[in-house]
Design a protein around this ligand. Structure first.
Ligand code: YNC
Ligand code: MG
Length: 408
């Protein structure tokens, strides 16, 4: 059934759960890795993108804007800003060779892309270096020509050339074989607009006016001491993040530099011209709570724009990314109940911040501790699923709510 995936070091659908966690194929010595790129169909050529060149970032942006992930009706399509892509693709220690494009030989037009960035992950008790694969995209006119397996083999080759043999990736589709499956949840913010563009519908037993009232958000956040993250917070945030992620069976481990990149750098470029004259093209909104009682932090949301609609050009969506609270480590029997309450307040404030930043919808997936607060904060389950996959790593399925966090 899966002609390509059947050949890859991934558990096949229906395999028995493994007895022990571990690799499927041993790491190859660099000299045993294929030295030349895989052949492409005639008229196409490989191109390693230089994402320090704004022109080449723009080329990736243009390809993805028109050809990246859509919903089933092709009404909405993810649209990442060029700033977002630059931030996502150039974390500390990124490898230029993992930004792989395919061009038409004659006119050099970029028609396909796949990328990896380095990540350290823990799966249960094992910690290993891996590549996080994302932004796989083939131009609409070149679909169903089996270009994808070539892109995947080529990125695998480039990753193997760095002595890394594992990868993590998320896909909406069911492929062999998810390690966890999460559901998307959506919290409506700009109800009128979401109804207008048919992202949401007025249920039969509801009126638009009532719906607007239900989703109305306060204008002020509630947690005393809540403020934007600053450089001085980074060491403590890194420590809290590392401790909090121990709650989950699969998590990324970040150095202090990586924490700075993920949680702070995305808001360092506020002097750029705003895209919609509404807000700067910030890519992460990170807040901390300075309080005598406990420490919390929250990373809101790389921003992602959905496309479409004649009336409004884009739906601006934000994603819940990471959060942590040291209430989780407090002694006592009611720790989990107190944590649930604290996270409810924190994410409640995140909704207010998102509203102030003019986002239309706030998305989250059913991972980490999200299921403890999504419902009471009026998130509704969406149609979409997010499957997590590991390449060349065997482990039994993880509970949905025990994963990495992060976004697609
Ligand atoms: C996909 N998204 O099953 P079989 S997510 C992986 N991820 O193979 P063709 C995919 N595999 O079943 P098309 C996949 N989509 O015969 C399809 N496949 O074994 C498999 N959409 O290839 C598929 N971006 O080229 C089949 O398919 C084979 O022309 C068919 O192109 C697919 O970034 C695609 O959704 C997705 O641009 C490129 O539809 C195209 O249909 C497109 O004929 C819109 O391919 C954008 C979109 C995907 C977003 C993402 C994560 C990708 C992970 C890739 C796997 C990485 C493995 C680890 C590598 C490093 C290892 C190390 C070390
Ligand atoms: Mg193809």
């Amino acid at each position: 059934e899966h002609k390509f995936w059947a050949t890859q070091p991934v558990p096949q659908l229906g395999d028995q759960p493994p007895i022990e966690d571990g690799y499927i194929e041993p790491t190859k010595a660099i000299k045993d890795v294929r030295q030349e790129p895989y052949p492409l169909p005639k008229d196409f050529e490989w191109s390693i993108l230089d994402l320090n060149d704004p022109k080449q970032i723009k080329e990736v942006y243009d390809l993805l804007s028109l050809n990246y992930v859509e919903d089933d009706e092709a009404a909405f399509r993810f649209k990442y800003s060029a700033e977002f892509l630059e931030w996502a693709l150039k974390p500390p220690g990124y490898k230029k060779e993992w930004h792989i494009g395919v061009r038409v030989s004659s006119n050099k037009k970029l028609v396909a892309f796949i990328s990896g960035v380095p990540i350290t992950i823990r799966v249960r008790q094992n910690v290993f270096s891996a590549s996080e694969i994302n932004y796989l995209c083939v131009h609409k006119k070149l679909r169903s020509k089996r270009l994808t397996p070539v892109l995947i083999k080529e990125v695998t080759r480039q990753v193997n050339l760095c002595s890394i043999a594992q990868a993590i990736y998320t896909v909406g589709l069911l492929l062999p074989t998810p390690v966890a499956t999460c559901r998307y949840y959506h919290r409506l913010i700009n109800v009128q607009k979401l109804i207008d563009v048919k992202f949401a519908h007025v249920p039969r037993d509801m009126t638009l006016a009532r719906m607007i009232r239900i989703y109305k958000l306060d204008s002020k956040t509630t947690l005393p001491g809540l403020r934007e993250i600053e450089e001085k917070d980074i060491p403590e945030v890194a420590g809290l993040f590392a401790r909090y992620m121990q709650r989950f069976d699969m998590a990324s481990l970040m150095t202090v530099d990586e924490v700075r990149h993920q949680f702070l750098s995305g808001r360092g470029e506020l002097d750029q011209p705003p895209e919609h004259n509404r807000r700067p093209r910030q890519v992460v909104w990170t807040y901390v709570v300075e309080s005598s009682r406990d420490r919390l932090f929250l990373v809101l949301l790389p921003s992602i724009d959905g496309d479409n609609s004649p009336k409004h050009d884009v739906v601006e969506a934000c994603y819940l990314f990471y959060y942590a609270s040291d209430v989780a480590f407090a002694p006592g029997e009611d720790t989990e109940a107190r944590l649930k309450k604290r996270l409810g307040q924190l994410i409640g404030d995140a909704l207010i911040i998102a509203n102030r930043a003019k986002f239309d919808v706030f998305n989250a997936v059913s991972l980490m501790d999200n299921m403890t607060f999504l419902e009471e904060l009026k998130f509704g389950a969406g149609d979409g699923l997010l499957n997590f996959y590991l390449y060349n790593w065997r482990t039994s399925a993880l509970a949905g709510a025990s994963t990495v966090g992060g976004v697609e």
